[in-house]
Design a protein around this ligand. Sequence first.
Ligand SMILES: *Cc1c(COP(=O)(O)O)cnc(C)c1O
Length: 386
Amino acid sequence: MNIKEKDQQYIAHTYGRVPLTLTGGHGSYVTDDTGKEYIDLGSGIAVNTFGVGDPGWVQAVTAQLSRLQHTSNYYYTEPMARLAELLCERTGMSRVFFSNSGAEANECAIKAARKYSFDRYGEGRKKIVTLKNSFHGRTVTALSATGQDSLHTYFAPFTEGFSYVEAGDREALAAEMNEECCAVMMELIQGEGGVNVLDADFVRYAVELAREKDILILVDEVQTGNGRTGRLYAFMHYGFQPDIFTTAKGLAGGLPLGATVFNEKTKEVLTPGTHGSTFGGNPVCAAGGVYVLEHLDDTLLQEVREKGAYIRESLSGLPGVLEVTGMGLMVGVRLAGDLARTVEACREKGVLVLTAHDKLRLLPPLNISFPVLADAMARIREVIEG
Ligand SMILES: *Cc1c(COP(=O)(O)O)cnc(C)c1O
């Protein structure tokens, strides 16, 4: 059996695979088993923050790997403490819980929001309001938080205590933020939902109403975080501090790591025995995270904004391009033509792209060089212009 046959035979069919076997890469390029090179405008899915095999990142990770690959969370380790310090110093937040994925980071935020309310107000204030078209992960509770009906089949009973409002609908939001509500949870740019940027006035309205009622604001930065949008975290574009934010995907630059980050108000909520993770904050992953955060400086973030603007200029206004959405290097492109065919044609031209709902989605490595990005845009333009 070749690799594809073996995979089809032995791996559960939860993904419609692209017919490519990737074997390596360097920087913003990945290579398949025939030796063909592709410019990777997906970075996995916003995971390989500095592309494939960034020498400094590899050095940081392998140095930790050869010192100590794992210990339990009963002991202190340097990379985890340092990464938490960096996360707090760079965001004004106060404390971090580490896990292994976005869904787990959100589970932790949901538990903490409910406990915050329980500690202050007792039972009964357990509802969490999320937005339609959101995506918060694949565990039963994270799926319950996800505002997409199409994902709410098969796995009932789902976790109760979630309600969904349309992004931008202030009346519906205000009605749901009642005495039963402990938190509002949102992605500021809905990633899987189609790279939809939330309206700043709507977000401000939600934050002000939440402050009045001691309802927590949870921001899911699993995809938007770690420099992706041209600020370290997307809430920084919106000028407020969440009570809790979560992140994962790009945090460790290619290793599994989730973080749930608490502000002053929520930092004491989780106490010994209320939450945990065997692997969470693993020192090798944390060392990757330290490298990523130490290198996401103002110069790099400025470049992320410039490269994002360059993509927008290259694609908007082309015949066949209906809309370009997103911020920084998180870009959605709505096309007039067939989406699946476009993705395939890009692949034939040596460019890997993603989709989100009805859009093309681009999430290149944050350090992609301008010449490589220009090359990728030229190839995509050829595809779109036919
Ligand atoms: C990918 C994603 C998740 C889930 O992360 P996993 O690591 O796959 O569990 C949650 N929220 C958002 C916004 C995401 O993009």
